[in-house]
Design a protein around this ligand. Structure first.
Ligand code: MG
Length: 222
């Protein structure tokens, strides 16, 4: 999408909904935490090899992927018997914006549009990320799936959000890196969807032909 067209799109809409992890903040942090650091700590604590710990944890996590509890630090602290929030704090220096994402948020502020964060992030990680990056300062409203009671992948999430925000689907732009979430937004009727295809700077870009794709939000800014 050409930047000029995005400006026109924003001017024709009244609500911009943005995901946080993988859309504005580098998913490299989350992938490091869940795929490397937490399995390593779990292996040490339970006297397992790293490979055995990874196999076990990846299996447990995959079973609930996309469900609300998958995103819950409290859930994983209990299941793994680890203080997962504190592990996140230890590694907070790894948290950062995706390239150009901060500039994008500053550019969006020039538009007369309601900018909402719509995230599956648990409140603990949101608080840590907000403290490190200041990201919440750029939003007119912040809505988390844990607060609303459903993950973004589920239709009731959008109904609960509608009850709180009263947004017009036809005049809403939503940007997310998760195709399942975008499909859920499409099923609900959200009119303008953009898919971030390069959410983790440490990994190659993904491909998905179901939605209009951009490598990152920086592509939308001149
Ligand atoms: Mg995301």
């Amino acid at each position: 999408m050409k930047p000029q067209n995005f400006d026109l799109l924003l001017d024709s809409c009244d609500t911009l909904m943005l995901d946080m992890d993988g859309t504005l903040l580098d998913l490299a942090y989350d992938n490091y935490m869940w795929l490397e650091h937490i399995p390593t700590v779990y292996a040490q604590k339970n006297d397992l090899s790293e490979a055995a710990a990874k196999e076990k944890l990846y299996g447990i996590m995959k079973k609930v992927q996309g469900e609300l509890i998958w995103y819950s630090l409290d859930h994983w602290s209990e299941v793994l018997d680890l203080d997962v929030a504190s592990l996140h704090l230890d590694e907070q220096h790894r948290i950062g914006y995706l390239p150009g994402a901060k500039g994008f948020l500053e550019a969006v502020a020039a538009h007369d549009i309601n900018v909402l964060m719509v995230t599956n992030s648990h409140q603990h990680t949101l608080d840590i990320k907000a403290a490190v990056t200041g990201i919440t300062d750029y939003f007119d409203g912040i809505y988390t799936s844990h607060e609303l009671g459903y993950a973004k992948e589920d239709q009731p999430f959008w109904h609960a959000l509608q009850d709180q925000v009263d947004f017009d689907c036809a005049k809403t732009v939503f940007i997310d890196d998760n195709a399942m979430v975008l499909q859920s937004a499409r099923d609900y009727g959200v009119g303008n969807l953009l898919h971030i295809t390069h959410p983790d700077t440490g990994r190659p870009a993904k491909q998905n032909d179901s939605f209009t794709g951009i490598a990152g939000v920086s592509d939308l800014v001149v």
